[in-house]
Ligand binder design. Structure first.
Ligand SMILES: [Zn+2]
Length: 458
């Protein structure tokens, strides 16, 4: 048989015609087993009257010669493969026969068929010549040994021609399907599937034999097990390679709507509607032609602040001052802050625009009550995700004043609406609802929604 994988194997023992030959220790088991079968079973029955030592000598030699035939089978594959320019990694002999590792696939179905057929052909030639030689010889002992070798070779050829991968018959079947359909992958899949079926049938047959009392049925049972494993691996490999030659063009819409990053969300949705296309995602490109993702500012918690690692929200790129329309919320982690958040979410939802949530702490005072810590912002983020709002969270921790920070961001992002929460009774509420709110309402270029709460608790 031949495989195109790279199993971890024993070391290379010797080379034949430039092909490295590995011999697994389990070959010793085969030698002893076959030697015993010939010395104790075949020879005494066919040529009685010899000493036990003589039987073992001829039996051992026969087992070695059989091993030579196994190697010749694999080298048959290897030589024909090399003829077609297919590189050979190594040939391995082990308990269940031989494996020829091919580095790459055969160039044509014809080459694949000839590479596969070469192994069994060696056994047919070897088997027939052993049988012919046996009938030329009068010596019963040698005659019996050659008879056995001839039979084994023909059996080997026949077994390997079972049409399921990784057996040679499976390779021939694959080559045939490949030739008929022109689809190497489909051919591999069919070869592997038939191989699994053949392995399963052999396993059942061996199990039945074993139950009937034939202990030697263990052998075909092991081979069947190995066949099923190998065929399954090949089937999976063939399935996985399914996308190997599928082009992106076959999966992608031919001319999708692609928009520059300064388009408003409204424009994009309008364009998608106008095209009448059901396009679930719209690629966005930046002015340099790259593919851009939505800008989100780095959220900085108190830890980052202490470490001096406060990164400002990225400002507009030179030449691109247009942002999508938005609602800007000046958020504080208070009950009125939550009330304002609810109102801002409703506004953003209704206007179909993103929501910018801004939190400001003045003069690096993380301890001041307007500062939203990581937990607060997580809760806000959770709520926004829950409502399916496109959002951005901006935190400024070293502002001169809350109103200055809000107005600066508003001047930059030009929101449709600014939302502020205010509490009538608390000192903080007064502070925000007082001068801060007044300043923002008077100075902003857009409407300002002031959400007032009277309750003490949210
Ligand atoms: Zn083979």
């Amino acid at each position: 048989m031949s495989v195109d994988r790279h199993p971890q194997g024993p070391r290379v023992l010797f080379h034949v015609g430039g092909v490295g030959v590995r011999v697994d220790w389990s070959v010793a088991v085969v030698l002893v087993l076959f030697g015993y079968a010939v010395a104790a079973g075949v020879l005494p029955a066919a040529a009685p009257g010899h000493s036990t030592a003589m039987y073992w000598l001829v039996g051992g030699a026969s087992a070695l010669v059989l091993l030579g035939y196994l190697l010749a089978h694999e080298l048959g594959h290897a030589m024909v493969a090399q003829h077609f320019g297919v590189r050979i990694s190594t040939v391995t002999l082990w308990m269940l026969g031989g494996i020829t590792e091919l580095e790459d696939d055969a160039p044509t179905p014809r080459a694949a068929a000839l590479i596969a057929a070469a192994g069994p052909a060696v056994n047919v030639v070897g088997g027939v010549s052993a049988l012919v030689a046996a009938h030329q010889l009068d010596e019963p002992l040698i005659h019996a040994a050659l008879d056995w070798l001839g039979g084994c070779n023909l059996l080997l050829a026949g077994f390997n021609l079972i049409p399921g991968a990784p057996l040679d018959g499976g390779r021939l079947l694959r080559a045939l399907v490949w030739w008929r359909t022109g689809d190497a992958r489909r051919a591999s899949l069919i070869g592997a599937r038939v191989g699994r079926a053949a392995g399963l049938a052999l396993l059942l047959l061996a199990a039945a034999e074993l139950l009937a009392g034939d202990a030697f049925a263990i052998w075909p049972g092991l081979i069947a097990w190995y066949l099923i494993q190998a065929a399954t691996r090949e089937r999976d490999a063939a399935l996985q390679s399914g996308y190997g030659d599928v082009t992106v063009g076959a999966l992608m819409r031919p001319q999708p709507l692609v928009v520059p990053d300064w388009w408003t969300v409204r424009q994009v949705l309008g364009e998608v509607d106008a095209r009448g296309q059901d396009q679930p995602a719209v690629p966005v490109t930046d002015p340099d032609g790259g593919c851009a993702t939505r800008t989100t500012c780095t959220r900085t918690g108190p830890e980052a602040h202490r470490a001096g690692d406060v990164r400002p929200c990225p400002g507009p790129r030179p030449g691109t001052t247009l942002y999508p329309m938005s609602v800007l919320l000046a958020y504080t982690p208070t009950s009125e802050g939550w009330a304002a958040l609810r109102a801002a979410i409703d506004e953003a939802h209704w206007r179909k625009v993103p929501l910018i949530v801004m939190n400001v702490a003045v003069h690096n005072e993380c301890a001041e009550p307007t500062f939203a810590d990581e937990k607060d912002l997580d809760a806000v983020e959770h709520r926004l995700i829950e409502r399916g709002i496109d959002f951005e969270i901006v935190q400024t921790v070293d502002a001169e004043s809350v109103s200055d920070a809000v107005l600066t961001l508003a001047a930059e992002r030009e929101p449709e609406l600014i939302v502020i929460g205010a509490h009538r009774r608390s000192p903080l509420g007064k502070a925000i609802a007082g001068s801060t709110t007044q300043h923002i309402v008077l100075s902003a270029d857009c409407p300002v929604l002031v959400v007032r709460t009277d309750a003490d608790a949210a």
